[in-house]
Design a protein around this ligand. Structure first.
Ligand code: FE
Length: 144
């Protein structure tokens, strides 16, 4: 009898669903803690905080394109900061009242991975600051 292969990725309506066990095998422990457990990396610790190269920032969980370098700015917060995502539908916003704060959490619309938070103190023209964990992102340098 032929063995039925395990589906690696289950996609419904353009969204990716995986079990916690599948995610834990796919991601590093730090990525799993942040993307799947809504963790936060220490400020000024992430690999992409000081990245100023031209390119695209993808979701470290599913590869979805989330941000571009031309919308990145130095917020001084210690986390990669953007004033606009690549398009409105790649990110979902959720009210977050954890830790006694009222914040807006942002997640990857495709895989549900936790990215960070969005705050209303960013630069013009949007006035928004998408404060994103480095560990939730993968940077793809623009070919020269
Ligand atoms: Fe994702």
């Amino acid at each position: 009898m032929a063995e039925t292969p395990m589906l690696d990725v289950q996609t419904t309506g353009g969204k990716i669903h995986k079990t916690e066990e599948e995610w834990s095998k796919l991601l590093t422990p730090e990525q799993f803690h942040i993307l799947r457990r809504k963790g936060t990396e220490p400020a000024f610790s992430g690999a992409l905080y000081q990245n100023h190269e031209d390119g695209i920032y993808r979701c470290a969980g599913c590869g979805a394109e989330l941000f571009t370098s031309d919308k990145k700015f130095d917020s001084g917060s210690g986390w990669p900061s953007f004033w606009l995502p690549i398009s409105a539908d790649v990110i979902e916003a959720h009210e977050d009242s954890s830790y006694g704060m009222r914040r807006i959490e942002v997640t990857c619309a495709r895989c549900g991975g936790h990215l960070g938070h969005v705050f209303p103190d960013g630069p013009r023209p949007t006035g928004l600051r998408y404060c994103i964990n480095s560990a939730s992102l993968e940077f793809e340098k623009e070919p020269k």
